[in-house]
Design a protein around this ligand. Structure first.
Ligand SMILES: [Zn+2]
Length: 74
């Protein structure tokens, strides 16, 4: 693989931070992503709001791996 093709694949990559922040459910300000964890197949993400000085855990629904496992079912 040449350096040119490696560079091309880098630029073709989608913007990683399409949803890098989420609005605070309390004040509407943007929150900083803290951590992500899956529990019981749900995609839960913790964000910290500087304005509220508190962290909010948001439920983003079923985690990606549950979708992938579903495709294996007949
Ligand atoms: Zn807030």
């Amino acid at each position: 693989m040449t350096w040119r093709s490696r560079l091309g694949s880098l630029f073709r990559r989608k913007p990683a931070a399409a949803r890098s922040f989420t609005a605070c459910p309390q004040c509407g300000d943007k929150m900083i992503f803290v951590e992500k964890y899956t529990m019981g197949g749900d995609d839960l993400r913790t964000y910290r709001c500087d304005r509220c000085q508190s962290e909010h855990t948001l439920d983003f629904g079923p985690a990606l791996w549950t979708y992938m496992s579903d495709t294996d079912k007949p």
